[in-house]
Write a protein that binds this ligand. Sequence first.
Ligand code: NAD
Length: 479
Amino acid sequence: MDVGRTSEPRPFWLAGRPATGDAEQAVTNSHDGRVVGVHSVPTPEQVEQAVAAADAVRKRAAALPIHVRAEALAHVARRLTERAEEIARLISEENGKPIFWARGEVGRAISTFRFGAEEARRFSGEVQRLDTEPAAQGRLAYVSRVPYGPVLAITPFNFPLNLVAHKVAPAIAVGAPIVIKPAPATPLSALVLGEILAETDLPEGMFSVLPVPNDRASSLVEDPRLPVVSFTGSGPVGYSIMDSVPRKHVTLELGGNAAAVVLADADLEWAASRVALFSNYQAGQSCIAVQRVIVEDAVADAFTDKLVAAVGSLVTGDPADDKTQVGPLVSEDAAVRVESWVNEAVSAGARLLAGGTRDGATVTPTVLADVPADAKVAREEVFGPVMIVQRVASVDEAFAAVNDSRYGLQAGVFTRSLDVAFRANRELEVGGVIIGDVPSYRADQMPYGGVKESGVGREGLRSAMEDLTYEKVMVLTGL
Ligand code: NAD
């Protein structure tokens, strides 16, 4: 199948087979408004069929031999490798992501599936001796992990392949069927992933990819045959889903306003280049993009000069161009919102050190200083190429500033001190502390997720596999 062709609607995947529904949906590129693909939209009856198929295969899926699961995941990694450039171009087109970052995302998705194949082989439970107490002498416990059942995966637009991979790989690794509802703005790469999954020996019903509009998603959320909802996206949507199904096992990977702390002993050149790049990568549309830069007074002037210079050297433009580092936001509406938040901060007294302009869906990389504490760019998640620089007098103040947020996904601390590194780890209220780099660092195998309003549960292969399963104990007596 030609990726990106617009003449025939791309099918969706119903219980592992291609299917067409009752309507078509076009997907556009936010850089130039071009239609880059059209897909078929499942009917409510087809949504029902996908859920019924997932439910029907539930027991068989849980009993699937490990080598079958692992080989399916390894196959996906191989095929993504073979089709890497084509899929990177598709991600870039549907998302507006610069091709450089899109290639990086495909590379990460390949790793995610490889790690999934490896973890599937390691996930075998444990044996516990119970004769640690006289009363349990002669008994032994076998502790295994059992999938709760079929998983509903709801994913956002900003990493349309790798964040789907982070749901699919652990589900298959633990033997759970999965129904994927990709983001309406960027469903095409998930549909290609469906194509690749369909080449595997997984049983019918093990996966469906249903690009339904949000108003057809509530039946999936509410259906008791999908006991797990694994959601990545914004807080308001995530919490409303969690509140609507209190008896389900819901995990939420939500947003943030991540902070990078630059202390007086940091390598300022390195810190400035990393902060500049990772505030603006994917036009700031990452849940761990640097939004707040917290700098110790002693180096604040020198660091800010380097930062503004580094931001000024970023290449903004056409996402299809190999040299582009910063492309458009997902839509012009999103860019207009970001621009209005910048203007609001400037009207309230913030100083604009760089950027602040918009052309269609593209916002120029923006640096603000002296931002009032209650401005939206300080308190909310900007999800755009905007950072604010805050000066602090000490490490104490720096860590208090990081924690002055209702979010807590990851934080970065540029320091050369091991003492300060361990202190940051103790004191920062986040799911991940990155020493010597930006909060935006993520290796796909590591536990990843937030505290506070950044979410519940963890991804990263092993952690997600634990979230999708419960521990079951079998006690053997008379040994
Ligand atoms: P969003 O919340 O608007 O949408 C996320 C998904 O939820 C989409 O598939 C959307 O169609 C679906 N959805 C929306 N309303 C729904 C409903 N009523 N019922 C069922 N599904 C519904 O988020 P977005 O704009 O696509 O993504 C951006 C957000 O995602 C940001 O807040 C970002 O921080 C967050 N995010 C978090 C992580 C993480 O791992 N923590 C990673 C990436 C993005």
